[in-house]
Design a protein around this ligand. Structure first.
Ligand SMILES: NC(=O)c1ccc[n+]([C@@H]2O[C@H](COP(=O)([O-])OP(=O)(O)OC[C@H]3O[C@@H](n4cnc5c(N)ncnc54)[C@H](OP(=O)(O)O)[C@@H]3O)[C@@H](O)[C@H]2O)c1
Length: 386
């Protein structure tokens, strides 16, 4: 399978993956506001917000921002991860969406429900059974992997969605999904969106992020690049450096979700950044502006990398393959609905600070990209081939 695809299909496995590492994300200092950060203004109206999940990657950003805006927050999850230290009162409810145990939600009412960890239509249906009529607004985190054709530039929210080709979408489980992410992740997210509208009607908001990055990102896909730049020296860069990159800082995403809730904004939105076209080279120079390490970039032909079976994360070649458009997805609708982006330098600096706070053995083994030895071998082979 093509490297970029494998990367994207892993998006949905994130919650499962981080569940296997309890404590890492929860303990991260970058989930706390930076000293001197701009204070968040309180919202004009305080909401009761139910967050399904809330203790993984992006959930804690929603929680902190919601508390800072003066909202009341309830979390629902299995309680498998140590609860982060919240800067205010947070109600914690337990249950399990896999077994359908949602009893803790029964008979309760909230203004808003944000559904973070769901990739299965049956999870949405079951949530609807308990919550329909008891919540005012349902926000569902989907993905740009829902699109049927990822090859063209400028995919907007009206583009056709990937069809499900299995036998019974409602019978799919977390296990069947993880076993066949490539074929199931996008279509099942798309059907989860359909189910969300069936359950919650026009009080539904669908948010489709691309790569979510920054502090607390346990996949290391984007992290590979700032980390590599921080090491300095000659860096192997796939392609000619001009391929477009799109990422969204988990904090920009989480905070915008709360603002969408406050404004009662419904509809469907791609959530990708930044606001301007960012190329691979510009992203790397942006990292270097933070690290100040001396670097040189060696651009390597994608054909060579494919022949060498090299996987490099985040990078999507703009002119080939079924995912050529994944660095050029339209975010116009989301920006018009108030999505904002912190500077790349802030994401990179905070990400590196967070990553360096992890245990040494965790830092030593990145979960994406190639190690320095492999990179040096590839650079030698590339020169020899040229
Ligand atoms: N990472 C990316 O680049 C990317 C890109 C596009 C879309 N997405 C989507 O974005 C979302 C990201 O979620 P997140 O990890 O940031 O959310 P999160 O709310 O921060 O974390 C996942 C939460 O789900 C809970 N959970 C997991 N399994 C559960 C179960 N069976 N029953 C009840 N609760 C359960 C976890 O707690 P417990 O383990 O304690 O239950 C945890 O609180 C996902 O839907 C993903 O598909 C991600």
């Amino acid at each position: 399978m093509d490297t970029t695809r494998r990367d994207l299909f892993r998006l949905g496995a994130l919650a499962a993956a981080t569940a296997a590492m309890p404590g890492l994300a929860a303990a991260s200092p970058a989930s706390r506001p930076a000293p001197g950060a701009t204070p968040v203004e309180r919202a004009s109206r305080s909401l009761d917000i139910l967050i399904l999940g809330g203790t993984g990657f992006t959930g804690p950003f929603q929680v902190r921002y919601a508390l800072a805006r003066g909202h009341r927050v309830t979390l629902f999850n299995r309680g498998k991860r140590p609860s982060p230290e919240w800067p205010g009162e947070v109600e914690q409810l337990h249950g399990d969406r896999e077994t359908g145990d949602l009893s803790a939600l029964r008979g309760r009412r909230w203004d808003v429900c944000i559904d973070n960890p769901t990739s299965l239509p049956s999870w949405v249906r079951d949530a609807g059974k308990v919550l329909r009529g008891n919540i005012g607004h349902y926000l569902f985190i989907s993905t740009i992997s829902v699109y049927a054709d990822g090859s063209r530039a400028g995919i907007d929210e009206d583009a056709p969605l990937a069809p499900y080709r299995g036998r019974d979408a409602m019978a799919e489980t977390r296990q069947t999904l993880i076993a066949d992410m490539e074929n199931l992740y996008g279509p099942l997210k798309a059907l989860s969106e359909v189910e969300a509208r069936r359950q919650f009607g026009d009080r539904t908001t669908i948010v489709r992020p691309g790569y979510i990055v920054g502090p607390r990102d346990e996949t290391d896909r984007f992290t590979y690049w700032p980390h590599r730049v921080a090491q300095g020296g000659e860096i192997l860069v796939p392609g000619d450096g001009q391929d477009p990159i799109q990422v969204i800082d988990g904090r920009d995403l989480g905070e915008w979700m709360i603002r969408l809730a406050e404004q009662g904004t419904t509809g469907t939105f791609n959530a990708v950044g930044p606001a301007y076209p960012l190329t691979m080279d510009a992203m790397l120079h942006g990292c270097q502006a933070v690290t100040s390490t001396p670097i040189s970039l060696t651009h390597v032909d994608p054909d060579f990398l494919e022949a060498m079976e090299v996987e490099l994360p985040i990078w999507v070649p703009r002119d080939r393959g079924p995912y050529a458009g994944y660095g050029q997805v339209s975010n116009a609708r989301a920006v018009a609905a108030g999505l904002t982006f912190r500077p790349l330098a802030t994401t990179v600096a905070d990400l590196l600070e967070w990553f360096r706070s992890l245990p040494a053995e965790r830092q030593a083994r990145l979960r994406a990209g190639i190690d320095r030895q492999r990179e040096a071998e590839l650079l030698r082979a590339w020169r020899a081939a040229g």
